[in-house]
Design a protein around this ligand. Sequence first.
Ligand code: C5P
Length: 413
Amino acid sequence: MSDAQQLSGRHVLLGLSGGIACYKIAELTRLLVKAGAMVQVVMTEAAQAFITPVTMQALSNRPVYTSQWDAREDNNMAHINLSREADLMLIAPASADFIAKLAQGRADELLSLTALARPLDRCPLAVAPAMNREMWAHPATQRNVAQLRADGALVFGPDHGDQACGEVGDGRMLEASELFDEVVAFFQPKVLAGKKLLLTAGPTFEPIDPVRGLTNLSSGKMGFAVAQAAAQAGADVTLVAGPVHLPTPRGVTRIDVQTAQQMFDAVLPRASAFDVFIGTAAVADWRPVQAHAHKVKKQTGDSSVLSFDLTENPDILAAVAAQAAQDPRHQPFCVGFAAESQDLARHARDKLVRKKVQLVVGNLGPATFGRDDNALLLVDASGDRELPRADKLSLARELVRDIARRLGRVDQI
Ligand code: C5P
């Protein structure tokens, strides 16, 4: 699902202040470098008590800076040079003391000096707070964080949970993978900022009895990639998911359902409050008329055929589109998916007309179910557009840009 080189060409200036959460930054550095980012590490003296510059140099592949008196720079001005090359300065962990320094604009060692000397318009600052819950809740810290936000800094986290001190509460630094997601999201154009997007994903499961049911091979990966791409593009995303074991993309509100009827009930009352609805779910077309209360038992020696009646499930996408057509604002903009085994363009166009939606995204079922890559065919009233085979996240980003254009967000693309 992931776009392996999604940070290619990005330069991240990664500053570590003192805190036990420094151990997570080794993993974060590895993730950033693996995704193609250039990572320049700067460490305070306190950070070096928790993790060594040797570790950070080995992982970032670049010498680490620890002192404003570093003579390696020709002009002896590391604090100026470092931020001139960077696209983002991330301080993680950001201790309570370091946040206080940043809020006051103090600059008595290399990291704070570099943060102060950075060009505000070209090198934004993000901080990932990490501290004990009482320190985080203290009015002084809250005042300092509010000041940083007012000065334009982004604040990633903190999280709620177990703390190294044994207490439980707010102040725990985000995990490396979560910080990585925040960095990736930071670099995505915010083409759907202020827009609300609702989508369905995954298969549905229609019970036959308490242990069996009808379902399909949809993995949910394409829908989850679309949810992730839309959230990273600034949308407020609600994902109604069938039974899949995929992690919820960061910042996305998830509603888990099992059956098509439950998916319908979760979607319909909400849909008119959204700007966009995307049906990526492979909804089961039929369900057993009656689910047995107890497991249907095999009779020994009985080779007779078991039969049960099926009834059609409601069509969620068509219902949302019909409801939108009644709305004077004509909301939401409806997008369907078509998973076919052949004749993609014809079937997709047929769905566009039959379900009365603005866009249908066609893909070949056997070439997408369970896979991390896919190829899409975008079909609307005016024609077709092919998105060639790529990882699902890259395709999802392209689809999000396409939808943004249709919503009139051309200026931001
Ligand atoms: O009718 P078909 O299943 O081929 O159409 C696929 C599209 O319709 C997908 O966008 C799917 O999410 C949506 N759909 C739905 N409810 C159904 C069946 C399909 O929303 N009961």
